[in-house]
Ligand binder design. Sequence first.
Ligand SMILES: [Zn+2]
Length: 396
Amino acid sequence: MRADLILTNALLADGTHADVTVSNGVIAAISTTGASDGSITSPRHDAGGALLLPGLVDGHVHLDKTLIGLPFIPHIPGGTVASRIEAEKSLRRSLPMTIEERGGRLVEHLSALGTVAVRSHVDIDTEVGLEGLEAVLSLKAKYSARMDIQIVAFPQSGILRDPGTADLLDAAMSAGADLVGGLDPAGIDGDVSGHLDVVFGVAAKHGAGVDLHLHDGGALGAFELRQIAERTLALGLAGKVAVSHAFCLGALDDSDFGRTAELLARADISIMTTAPGPVPMPPVKRLRAAGVQVFSGSDNIRDAWSPFGNGDLLERAGIVCDRQDFRSDEDLELAFSLVTEAPSRVLGRGNGRLEPGAPADFVLVPSGSVAEAVASRPRSRTVFKHGVLLDQSPLA
Ligand SMILES: [Zn+2]
């Protein structure tokens, strides 16, 4: 027998050392170091005792928005979501690099940091049309050997307030987008039912999932979450719907939180949080205890919405810990699951664990445990995709 690769002497999360056999881009076996089948002749890579982590999964990026690779562009202040939408549109008309060039640089940067799969929202509006989608579809094909890219058709400028967008969302799904997005049904479109009618109508037509941005806060946001859950259940989309941000979940009284979380769990709706700084954050443990899956992602990485963001998911897990006051090893491992196992399930990639049958997408880091990797965010990352060692380095 010949395998594609045998990774030897890797430290596993449980503290043991193992050899990992890869065949056809998939993990074929994990065995105690030295105990693997000696008759297998294959290329070997000595992990040297480095910690083996599953490939990181970014549950929320915007490949079309990033300014990475360009000279630093000062942030244009905007106090509201609506004003930032206009500021971004103005900026993107003048950028000297194409969406594909900028997005490609970001894919390479993320890949070097150990990210093997992303869910990217892509702006769909009446000005840019499907141009961003076509660029990201091109990136999806071009980088298939290093990154799995799932695409959400995202109505960044609203749906009802930008007439024609509903048809564009439908066209985006026909053109290859994987999920239908949405944005603040109340705060941006001022019509919860009207907005959700379009989002869920397009999703149902294409048999696709949904991932909405929801910044609306407090009781209004919670009402919208329940509306989303009701529609999810009515359309049989349980397990295929996510809500990104959902700041409101961090600011509800017990009664409102309880009934909202119960409905989210029943509709199997996942919640994405970046662990934002200046606004309430969905409580990770409380939601999990209620049966709601929580996952994380980078969101804006040096774009018109934020001059910050570096796409490092180990750092993101650390930010989750910081905001949730997670300090024990168990807590740090929980945060790590928000950038590995949870987004893997959300993206339909299985449970995100290293086990036979799983994609051979993994990362070696110089750490003694998962908790240490989250705490120390080692810069050195040796990344394998489909069992192939990637040769790359992140942008400065
Ligand atoms: Zn976003």
